[in-house]
Design a protein around this ligand. Sequence first.
Ligand SMILES: [Zn+2]
Length: 418
Amino acid sequence: MKNRIFATLLTFICAVTTLFAQVERPKLVVGLVVDQMRYDYLYRFADRYGDDGFKRLLREGFSCENTIIPYIPTYTAIGHSTIYTGSVPSIHGIAGNDWIIQATGQAMYCTQDDSVKTVGASGKVGQQSPKNLLASTITDELKLATNFQSKVIGIAIKDRGGILPAGHFADAAYWFDSKSGNWVSSTYYMQKLPDWVNKFNKLKLAEKYLKQDWNTLYPIETYKNSIQDDNEYEGKWAGEKSPTFPRKTSELMKDIGLELIKTTPQGNTFTLDFAKAAIEAEKLGNNPTGHTDFLCISLSSTDYVGHRYSLSAVEIEDTYLRLDRDIADLLNYLDKTIGKGNYTFFLTADHAASYNPRYYTDQKGNGGYLFLRQIQRELNDELTKKIWSQGLDKKGIQLSGTPQPQLDRFVKSRRTSR
Ligand SMILES: [Zn+2]
């Protein structure tokens, strides 16, 4: 029996070795996470996808269906951590976008790190790192395997979308600070922004994109995979009469500021512009040591658009038609700069989204809302009653005043984008 196991093991090792000898390593791996992209979007809007975007990925690549790592809740920070570690919150430690540290009762943001400073802007926007991520990422393993000679960079409008995938050993992670309009980083990675980032920031592309307004790519009456543009399931911006196209971002930005770029498809284009600048300036995929580099991109705007307009909206259909073009453009760029067949590209999502509950019930579906504040109130009342009835706190110490329910702080710290 022992001998048979050994023989089997040996055969396996030989097979793997032969495989490695025959396969050339890619010069660059590009991971593209599309925040809140549902699997069915690959097909739902496919009637007007071009040949070189999503359809090229499906045609030339593999579609890994029913590939499931089960965990809850499906939030951005957890999704990105799970994709890149292959692990689950109980092991990789990223249990939400925010959580409470039970020992102290303190609120913690997933990538919060008060020991580091902002690079590229002022304020706390850059006080972040992957220190809360307990497991190693595929990008970490690449760094270890190549004696840290591979270059790894993470890029996303959302801090957590860039930081967590790039892992602990990343050369850099960049995210967008809407206050300054800059792509920023933290002293965890560097002491100052590289020249190419400063140069890119000076282009003020977010402002330029917003000045162009958001009109639909095709005549609006041709959008057949969404409900009518003027509907009650969408959020309006202050100053908008109706939640309809054209969305006058040039006007809205005067009040909202550059934050608005996040909730437009141009936010994706803007992110990919920056990713291309990174490939060029950092010579990603052209490593002098011959090792594989890794670029982790996450597109956050799909999530912001989904939250504001919900998934039945023309805004979603238009965002994905534009994203299809952006992906085609990126692949074309990679073909030219890295070379066709020299890079590995994957696309996935950190989580999806469900239909607007009211839209769903209006269509006679069964569903509804979870009223968190009401649940919080009831839970607090119940807990307070129980704790007071015993007269002791959790550690068995006599209570001297009204306990401050930790849930209050948790709900306050929740961010609108998940
Ligand atoms: Zn997300």
